[in-house]
Design a protein around this ligand. Structure first.
Ligand code: HEC
Length: 213
């Protein structure tokens, strides 16, 4: 069991990490009333908790394509958490002049930097292209160890996915996010594979740092 202080600290780090990684300001979605749901039964309390954590954890900022709204870029909720749009085939990454270091696209789902090219994945429940095939264990391991698919020998999960922040969450909270994500309506959208840079230049921005104690 974790104390409330630890939970609070974890939550603050999650929010901090997401805020740092977020380069555009987007509208927030409403958070559910967790206390009402908790009163009903543990399963719905877990879902409400997961929905809340996904909302405050900033997952939308990268995993839901942005569209231009009256007040600037906002998540396109018709494509909620479906990742980089399959139809948006990215041209080669622009050559940047130092100290410009990385580039992001209009939907804030594709990123090019010293690490290579990364795409926000499809987090919907879709069997073929989303989290449908993921296990809870794999999801927890991915977020807590920063290894692709949660496989111990897998490559590191690349920026700007702020996994070092999420690694501070309790297993219980990560599981709650997974439970909620499994209920997100399936959207079939095959996100391109990431391209890992062969060698990261020595003067490149650091990869995500190891989780702080
Ligand atoms: C700042 C952008 C950003 C935010 C915020 C973000 N992600 Fe990601 N996420 C990414 C990118 C980019 C990738 C792909 C990274 C790669 O291919 O290595 C990714 C990958 C993932 C993966 C797959 C990891 C793997 O095994 O390869 C999962 C699961 C995931 N994100 C869940 C989440 C959840 C849950 C949240 C919110 C709590 C979240 N992400 C918030 C950008 C983000």
């Amino acid at each position: 069991m974790m104390t409330n202080d630890v939970r609070r600290a974890g939550r603050a780090l999650v929010m901090g990490g997401a805020a740092v990684a977020l380069m555009v300001t987007v509208a927030c979605t409403a958070t559910p009333d967790v206390s009402t749901a908790a009163a009903k039964d543990p399963a719905s309390a877990q879902l409400a908790r997961g929905k809340y954590l996904v909302a405050i954890g900033g997952c939308n900022d990268c995993h839901t394509p942005l569209k231009m709204g009256p007040r600037g870029p906002e998540p396109d909720m018709t494509r909620y958490l479906s990742g980089h749009p399959e139809s948006m085939v990215m041209p080669p990454a622009p050559k940047l002049e130092m100290p410009w270091m990385y580039a992001g696209n209009a939907t804030n789902t594709a990123y090019a930097g010293p690490w290579g090219i990364s795409y926000a994945i499809n987090l919907t429940s879709d069997e073929a292209t989303g989290l449908g095939q993921w296990t809870e264990h794999g999801f927890v391991q991915a977020l807590k160890t920063g290894r692709h698919l949660g496989i111990a020998t897998g490559r590191m999960i690349m920026p700007p996915m702020p996994w070092p922040a999420y690694a501070q969450m309790t297993d219980e909270d990560v599981k709650a996010m997974f439970a909620f994500l499994r209920t997100v309506p399936a959207i079939r959208n095959r996100v391109p594979d990431a391209i890992v840079a062969p060698v990261m230049p020595p003067d490149a921005a650091p990869a995500p740092t190891a989780p702080r104690p």
